[in-house]
Write a protein that binds this ligand. Structure first.
Ligand SMILES: Nc1ncnc2c1ncn2[C@@H]1O[C@H](COP(=O)(O)OP(=O)(O)OP(=O)(O)O)[C@@H](O)[C@H]1O
Ligand SMILES: [Mg+2]
Length: 358
């Protein structure tokens, strides 16, 4: 019997310093032996977003401790590790460099395989830790910096069906929260307030809802929220109702666009796929989960989400992507650079900026 692979994963692409040890299981899924995350949210909260230099400095201060802790929790030693995977992009280069360099140093010193992981592939494959994924599958990636529908043909083989033409969904939650004078990140607090509000109180726009296939747009929604904030007295009642109306609008958009993406993929694949994966930080939202589950069921698809613990940034998904890439012999040498932009589908057209015609 082949030895079960055990990988160290390292993640420093944004404001979380994370390390994790993951071991593959006989059934093709994975076991998280440790998942250590040090969040810098409090450092950045007062600025309403991430400050790159502050984030990089904090990664440098914490990374050694976090890696050692991940080993301690897993009860393994570095010599028990079969390979090292570190996020190489997309993200803030000053931050990526910290995790990438320490990953390379460990791999070089131990003479172990090194894998440079695309953070988005980490999110994409994360539900595979619990349930074996059937390729090809449809992916909706909704995170702080990305909002995309993709066909995942295999590890390292993606085709983009649609993307946001302006803001990402997580970013829209964050900006809405900031406009309401609430904390960063915005998703959790908006979800909490939405439960107490009336989702029909404010009529908000549904940008490009009936055009541009399964591409998404949230900028117009953000502007509409700003108008409501300027027009109204900002008390708790207002915040709850606006949060509820915002979340209800997001859900309408996601339901409609998911139907379009499913139809597109069904046509392309001759109805030959079973899994719909929803991943990224926004995928933790319970109301979004519930509504997308209904759409998947109506289309005869099985919907898969990552465990809420690994929806946001974490290194377990990086170690897991590393194991999957290693099995496909997708190794990197130690000269691999960090990349601030790195699309999963490198052929996909760039969809942002003025003059975009839909
Ligand atoms: N309960 C929630 N509801 C909605 N959004 C949420 C919730 N919890 C977290 N989020 C959002 O998830 C985002 C963070 O997700 P994630 O960590 O995957 O993004 P990122 O790593 O910053 O971006 P990317 O993965 O695109 O590089 C934030 O924008 C946050 O507001
Ligand atoms: Mg992320």
């Amino acid at each position: 019997m082949r030895k079960k692979l055990t990988f160290l994963g390292i993640e420093t692409s944004c404001d979380e310093t994370a390390a994790s040890i993951v071991q593959e299981k006989q059934d093709g899924t994975g076991k998280i032996l440790s998942n250590v995350i040090s969040s810098q949210v409090d450092n950045h909260n007062k600025f309403g977003g991430v400050v790159p230099e502050l984030a990089a400095r904090s990664h440098l201060e914490n990374i050694e401790f976090i890696i050692n802790k991940s080993l301690k929790v897993s009860k393994l030693k570095l010599s028990d590790i079969d390979g090292i995977a570190a996020t190489a992009g997309p993200g803030l280069v000053v931050c990526l460099t910290v995790g990438l360099n320490i990953g390379k140093a460990i791999a070089g010193f131990l003479k172990k395989p090194f894998i440079a992981v695309n953070h988005l592939e980490g999110h994409a494959l994360s539900p595979g830790l619990e349930k074996k994924l059937d390729f090809p599958f449809l992916l909706l990636l909704i995170s702080g910096g990305h909002s995309q529908f993709l066909i995942v043909n295999d590890i390292n083989d993606y085709r983009q069906l649609g993307t946001t033409i302006d803001d990402a969904l997580g970013e829209t939650f964050d900006k809405t929260s900031k406009m309401l004078g609430l904390s960063y990140p915005g998703g959790p607090v908006i979800e909490k307030l939405a439960k107490k509000g009336n989702g029909d109180k404010f009529k908000l726009p549904l940008p490009i809802i009936n055009k541009a296939g399964c591409n998404l747009s949230f900028a117009g929604l953000k502007t509409a929220i700003l108008r409501e904030v300027e027009k109204n007295k900002i008390d708790n009642n207002f915040k709850n109702n606006l949060a509820a109306s915002f979340q209800k609008t997001i859900i309408k958009i996601l339901k409609k666009k998911t139907k379009v993406a499913i139809d597109e993929f069904k046509k392309i694949s001759n109805n030959n796929f079973n899994h719909f994966v929803v991943a990224g930080g926004v995928a933790v939202n319970k109301d979004i989960r519930k509504n997308l589950k209904l759409i998947a069921e109506q289309s005869g698809l099985k919907i898969l989400f990552p465990d809420p613990k690994i929806c946001g940034d974490n290194a377990a998904m990086i170690a897991w992507a590393g194991i999957n890439r290693y099995k496909k012999k997708l190794l990197n040498d130690l000269s691999v650079p960090p990349k601030s932009r790195w699309q999963l589908d490198e052929r996909a057209p760039f969809m942002k900026g003025p003059g975009l015609k839909l």
